[in-house]
Every structure is written in structure tokens, then in C-alpha cells.
Design a protein around this ligand. Structure first.
Ligand code: PLP
Length: 304
């Protein structure tokens, strides 16, 4: 089970003439049209496991604009699994048409169950899973955000032998699965920096469960107020970055990471001559939904 092109290119991001830092971006966003970036990495071994165990359906959890929901729906469609999405927010049941992510997932055959925020919080409780088993029969369970041991294994495949001479590996962090894989396959002399896209102090522990090396750190000042929160400074940065470097960033994850990297460069956090590899984890499907929200609030839009 493979998309056949598993090594993405490292694109040079030109900094100012005076800069003595070398920055590259690994274009994982270009791995696949619909199952982009880290969501492909996280699903790969899980889908193989589901097949091996004889499962015909996948069940997972996500929010209204979730990259993970979109990826599971598309991957299920590609590889012949039924997909079930447990979606946070009962009110969304009547809003599928105006939500590009849910619309996409539906087109790919995903069946939804919309639940209240209170019920959604029970997503890993055994009672709730028992109820879901009764309702949907025998499914292969993929946790919210797709993070489990097999997902981490898939993310260990992001780095290749061509990446050994980078001093820093940077990535956006949601549930911590992606950075865990990167840490596991990095060399001890490399430093892995995570840029959490949300507030909260649980990540440190979650990541520690999956890794053995200690060559990593979280830069926690770049969440812009929380998960999927943005401001016009971030939007302007994403638009400027696209104009200058012809790389589209997303507002929930990679835009915040790259903003953080540029801020750290400016503050001379990285020693002279450092080589930095930023992982473009994808997530571009979320832009359309974010732009609809920005438009409602009469804020500047993300240029696509
Ligand atoms: C889901 C996602 C992440 C976060 O990955 P985790 O493994 O949950 O930390 C980062 N970037 C993008 C674009 C994503 O869609």
C-alpha cells in the first residue's frame, strides 16, 4: 500500500543577503493531492494494519475543519475502506454544504456522526467506544489527529539520509505524533524544534511517551491564541511568504511554525551558519474553510 513517491524534496528558502542561516522546507505537502503531508505518513502503517486484521471500515474523530478527517476520508476511498467520522459539534449536521472539509469528506464516502462537545470529550473512554462498537460494528479505530505508535513509525520515514547535515529540524505540533517520529529518526547531534499550534502543557508528556532521545524542544510562543486562532499579522506573514518564496502555508499549523522560525532567526536564536530544515506538513485543504470564516469577520484573506 503505497503512493510510490515517498521522498519529498527540500526546497531552499532564500533569506536576506546578510543572513548566515540556511533554511530549507521539506515539501511533504506535495506527497499526495488529497492525503497530504503528515496525515499520509500517520495513516500509512495504520491502513496496512487495518487490512492485515481484516477490517473493512475505519472510524476516527475530528473537528469541523480537521485535516485528519479529510485525509482519512480520502485514504479510505483510495484503499477501499468504509470511513466513519465522529465530528465535534452537533450544529454541523445541517452545515455540511457550507463546510468545505466536511463536504470533501462526504464526497469521499465518509459517514458522519455529529456529537456535542461534551460527548466528544469522551472520545477515548471505553464506555463511549463500546457504544460506537454497537452502532458501527467492527471498525479499525484511529484516534483523533491519527496519533498512535504506527503513526509515529510512519513519521520516522519523513527524514532520509539526505537530511543528515541539517542542524535543526522544525515542525508544527498538534498531538505530537509527527515530531515524535522526527525525533526518533534524527541524529543525536541534530536538534528537533516543535512549534505547538495550540495552548497547553500536555504535549511534553505525550511526546515523551513515544521517544527515547532528548534532542528536542518545544517553542510554545507561536500558537496565536490557540488552536485554529489567527490574527491579521499571521495572515499577512503567510501571504508575504507565498509572494516571496512561492510556497503556500496553512494558517493552523505550518504558517505558525514558519512565523516562529523567522522570529527565532531574527532574535539570533540559531548560531551562525546553522542549517535548518522546516517540514511542510501539508494542511492546505483547511484554507478554504478558514477564508470563509475570515470573510465573515471581514478580515484579510489568505491568498491562494
Ligand atoms: C495534523 C497536522 C499537524 C500536527 O501533527 P501532529 O502529529 O498531530 O502533531 C501539523 N501540520 C499539519 C499541516 C497537520 O495537518
Amino acid at each position: 500500500m503505497s503512493f510510490n513517491f515517498e521522498n519529498s524534496i527540500n526546497q531552499h528558502i532564500k533569506l536576506s543577503e546578510e543572513s548566515d542561516i540556511k533554511l530549507f522546507i521539506k515539501r511533504e505537502d506535495a506527497l499526495h493531492e488529497f492525503v497530504s503531508g503528515n496525515k499520509y505518513r500517520k495513516l500509512k502503517h495504520n491502513l496496512a494494519q487495518a487490512k492485515a486484521l481484516g477490517h473493512t471500515s475505519l472510524l476516527t474523530f475530528g473537528g469541523a475543519y480537521s485535516n485528519h478527517i479529510a485525509a482519512v476520508a480520502a485514504a479510505g476511498n483510495l484503499f477501499g475502506f468504509k470511513t466513519i467520522g465522529i465530528v465535534r459539534g452537533e450544529e454541523l449536521a445541517t452545515k455540511i454544504k457550507s463546510n468545505p472539509t466536511l463536504q470533501f469528506a462526504k464526497k469521499n464516502g465518509m459517514q458522519f456522526k455529529f456529537v456535542s462537545r461534551a460527548v466528544y470529550r469522551e472520545k477515548s473512554s471505553s464506555e463511549f467506544l463500546k457504544i460506537l462498537q454497537q452502532e458501527f460494528n467492527n471498525f479499525y479505530l484511529i484516534p483523533e489527529g491519527g496519533t498512535n505508535a504506527l503513526a509515529v513509525k510512519g513519521c520516522e520515514e519523513i527524514l532520509s539520509n539526505d537530511d543528515l547535515d541539517f542542524d535543526y529540524i522544525c515542525c508544527a505540533v498538534g498531538t505530537g505524533g509527527t515530531i515524535s517520529g522526527l525525533i526518533n529518526s534524527s541524529k543525536p547531534k541534530q536538534q528537533v524544534l516543535g512549534f505547538p499550534a495550540l495552548k497547553g502543557s500536555f504535549l511534553q508528556q505525550d511526546i515523551s511517551k513515544f521517544v527515547t532521545q532528548t534532542n528536542w524542544d518545544l517553542k510554545t510562543h507561536y500558537h496565536f491564541g490557540g488552536y485554529a486562532k489567527v490574527n491579521s499579522e499571521l495572515i499577512a506573514f503567510i501571504n508575504q511568504f507565498k509572494l516571496e518564496h512561492e510556497v503556500q502555508l496553512d494558517p493552523v499549523y505550518t504558517g505558525k511554525m514558519m512565523y516562529g522560525i523567522f522570529d527565532l532567526i531574527e532574535k539570533q536564536y540559531f548560531p551562525k551558519g546553522s542549517k535548518i530544515l522546516a517540514i511542510h506538513t501539508g494542511g492546505l485543504q483547511g484554507i478554504e474553510g478558514m477564508n470563509a470564516l475570515l470573510q465573515k469577520k471581514q478580515l484579510p484573506l489568505i491568498h491562494v
